[in-house]
Ligand binder design. Sequence first.
Ligand code: AVJ
Length: 322
Amino acid sequence: MTAPTLDIHLTDDDLTAALRSDARRGLTSDPKWLPPKWFYDARGSELFEAITALPEYYPTRTERALLERVVGDIARISRAEVLVELGAGSAAKTRLLLQALGAEGALKTYVPQDVSVSALRGAADVVSAEFPELSVHGVVSDFTDTLRNLPSGGRRMIAFLGGTIGNLVPAERAEFLAGVHEVLEPGEQLLLGAGLVIDPAILVPAYDDAAGVTAEFNRNVLYVLNSRLRADFDPEAFAHVAVWDAQNEWIEMRLEATRDLTVTVTDLELVLEFARGEQMRTEISAKFRVDGMSAELAAAGFTTEQVWTDPDRRFALFLAGR
Ligand code: AVJ
């Protein structure tokens, strides 16, 4: 077994610079908003892991069960030599793909990407120990950078699982999918996991659980701003809100000020006023229809080779060819 390598294209300073620019843009807008990628410091990642175990949060377990059922088919169609996983995080679903691709006999390399060094190092070590034949090259970067720095040589499959594509607004999705399409060679594939549009009576509680874990996850972005940008948000003064936007077919998470507040963001030299009842958007989690996602893939140049859904049609996996 060879020790996994880790390429770091994103330093802590880069992250702070990106957060500064995102926070300035979002917090000076009307209405105020923040991008969801800033939930995930160590505490936020732990809270997300806790969310995946909640009874109301069906996506993770639904996708895993679906993947368990169809991963053999995916591996047979793909016969990939290199598995690139975007937003790899913890390695639970990865293992299924690596086993199935390994059984096809072609797999040589695993390239997990994440923005978090700690999450990635852990995942890379675990995978390396479990699959000693595999060479593991972790990449700490954002997606666009990963796509620019992909190893070439060897037929690749890029996996983007978990439904994270739903965090992107349509224009960002189009740009992301076109970027993936551009780096792939003919015969290579994208494996995409996406949550489907379902009954809001099931959807909304998944983002507003009874135990309040999602609420704490939502408020975590304020702790991140406090520690990284020396802000003085009182997270407990904000209430968690999750609404289904039927027009856009996405869940919107917001933080609502429960009283009039003045907040200082020292590192941005910014003083913000929140009126009682004011809501700030912190995440969209778009849900899809199979035809709609196939159309988005087609618009980016992909051919949808196969789509699998769970029996309740809550989640779908798309295998798209370049
Ligand atoms: C990690 C982006 C897939 O949108 O369902 C969970 C994040 N937000 N609960 C999602 C999340 C609130 C999650 N993704």
